[in-house]
Design a protein around this ligand. Structure first.
Ligand code: GDP
Ligand code: MG
Length: 249
């Protein structure tokens, strides 16, 4: 007679391994230049999660001319997470695309979705009224559907009813309307990351102002492992098969 498989022991081993090796997660920010990509990279690192680990982080924002990666490690309950964000120059900047940006975006997304998990965002959301935000969001959702572009979290990878419910909600909210800022301001005695305007401060980490928190939670909290699993099991596997086939021709 065999005893139980000892699932507890397996969990312990996984935990010990995770403690030793930590987690790594890579994000790349892409889009037209001037959209706020570099600012968003700074926003991500200056926002509250990283604060305790890096009190005096200063990342300069020159105009991005080439790929540029920034990594930081946070530690929580003995577990390390190394987040690397790669900033890119604007795609399509080199050609005159005044009149064809929409088709370029669509073609770019179509190809990108086959290679990586894509989380689209509406940048500079402070420049849109509430109605404009919603109209823009539904137009993008409609466009993605029409062109069969499957952004993350992809329906086909929902594993059970709970996934479908949770991810279904996220799919309704995507693309998140975000605001980026690398300056801090004092608001009612609190130090907040935000954009100061003549009529007030747009707070990045305030859900009433923009959806940056939803984006950050999805990326580095609720869906971090799932993003990595899909990258590894689906995207990388597809890439590997293509390369293997190429080398056999
Ligand atoms: P990139 O070319 O996509 O890397 O864009 P940058 O991050 O360099 O930002 C371009 C300009 O847009 C800068 O002047 C930023 O201060 C500004 N910017 C960045 N994010 C936002 C935002 O959320 N709202 C507004 N209004 N301006 C932004
Ligand atoms: Mg840039």
């Amino acid at each position: 007679m065999f005893g139980p498989v000892g699932i507890e022991a397996v969990l312990d081993q996984l935990k010990i391994k995770a403690m030793k090796t930590g987690f790594e997660f890579n994000i790349m920010v892409v889009g037209q230049s001037g959209l706020g990509k570099s600012t968003m990279v700074n926003t991500l690192f200056k926002s509250k999660v990283w604060k305790s680990a890096m009190p005096s982080l200063e990342v300069p924002t020159p105009q991005t001319l080439e790929l540029h990666s920034v990594s930081h490690v946070i530690e929580e309950k003995g577990l390390k997470l190394k987040l690397t964000v790669t900033d890119t120059p604007g795609f399509g900047d080199q050609i005159n695309n005044d009149k064809c940006l929409r088709p370029l975006d669509i073609e770019f997304l179509r190809r990108l979705c086959r290679t990586v998990n894509v989380v689209p965002v509406i940048a500079r959301a402070d420049s849109l009224t509430i109605e404009e935000r919603e109209a823009f969001r539904s137009r993008i959702q409609q466009n993605l559907k029409t062109h069969c572009i499957e952004v993350y979290p992809q329906k086909c990878f929902d594993e059970d009813i709970n996934d479908s419910i949770l991810n279904g909600k996220i799919r309704e909210q995507i693309p998140f309307a975000v605001v980026g800022a690398d300056q801090e301001h004092l608001v009612n005695g609190r130090c907040v990351l935000g954009r100061k305007t003549k009529w007030g401060i747009i707070e990045v980490e305030n859900i009433a102002h923009c959806e940056f928190l939803l984006l950050r939670d999805l990326l580095i909290r609720s869906h971090l492992q799932d993003l990595k699993d899909i990258t590894h099991n689906v995207h990388y596997e597809n890439y590997r098969v293509i390369r293997l086939n190429e080398s056999h021709q």
